[in-house]
Design a protein around this ligand. Structure first.
Ligand code: SF4
Length: 255
């Protein structure tokens, strides 16, 4: 159970989160380095995955939160055909998605939780090894908003819709403003979630400019820019969230 997602996702009872091994991006600062880069994890069947969904639902989870599901969509679909929980399914993705994958995800997704990490191809190439990420991320957001155009929130808990997240990187306040502007102009009916939890992990030490947390000044610059806009549905993470204690232990709990 995960309690540190946006309040409309985690609620009071928690989000029933399943982390998948591997990742289609290679972010040098990844906080989930062991599972995303080193592929740590445990091999399970779609039948067991269906049982995990059931167990999370029985624990009272507000939703099933599929983290980094991209390369497992067929297995997830198979698991959901075995057991479809009576709570929303959250597709929690980097945004680096193909049309083909999105078409499969569409069959089972109620809520999209999408990163929009960079709008600059150069920065995207440098830190995530994917020059084409911005174009894929934009297309992903547009397609997901087409699929779930309306945000439905009942008693403070999201049932359907799209949340676009942006993690502020050090020395990238302009990038954050451009990402926000794009979302405001192209996906104005979704939620925007500004994240400040950046902590240099993985190979971030090899890049001097990102080998630190963001400063209060950087945080406030982006915050002020966003708050000056007329965009309505915004989540803001407090600067104190940039702390290792908010990173889950990947100890195979629940698998
Ligand atoms: S930060 Fe997210 S998208 Fe990037 S490598 Fe890690 S899990 Fe993948």
């Amino acid at each position: 159970m995960h309690f540190w997602e946006e309040p409309i996702i985690s609620g009071e009872k928690g989000s029933g989160t399943v982390f998948f091994s591997g990742c289609s991006l290679g972010c040098v600062y990844c906080q989930n380095f062991e599972i995303s880069h080193k592929n740590e994890g445990k091999l399970i069947t779609p039948e067991r995955l269906a049982d995990i969904f059931r167990e999370l639902e029985e624990k009272g989870a507000h939703n099933i939160n599929l983290v980094n599901p991209t390369h497992y969509v067929l297995a997830i679909k198979e698991a959901l055909n075995i057991y479809r929980p009576n709570i929303p399914i959250v597709y929690n993705s980097s945004g680096y998605e193909s049309e083909e994958t999105l078409n499969i995800a569409k069959e089972f997704t109620d809520i999209y939780l999408l990163d929009f990490k960079y709008i600059s191809p150069d920065r995207s190439q440098k830190y995530s090894g994917a020059y084409d990420y911005p174009e894929f991320a934009k297309n992903t957001i547009i397609k997901c908003v087409e699929h779930q155009p309306e945000s439905i929130v009942e008693n403070g808990i999201m049932k359907k819709g799209v949340i676009v997240r942006h993690l502020i990187l050090p020395q990238a306040t302009r990038e954050a403003a451009l990402v926000f502007d794009w979302v405001k102009n192209n996906a104005s009916n979704c939620f925007f979630s500004l994240m400040s939890q950046y902590v240099p992990f993985g190979k971030a030490g090899e890049y001097n400019e990102i080998n630190r947390k963001i400063t209060k000044r950087e945080y406030e610059k982006v915050l002020n820019y966003i708050m000056d806009s007329s965009f309505e549905n915004i989540f803001i993470q407090e600067l104190s969230s940039g702390d290792e204690k908010y990173i889950p232990d990947f100890d195979l709990t629940g698998i």
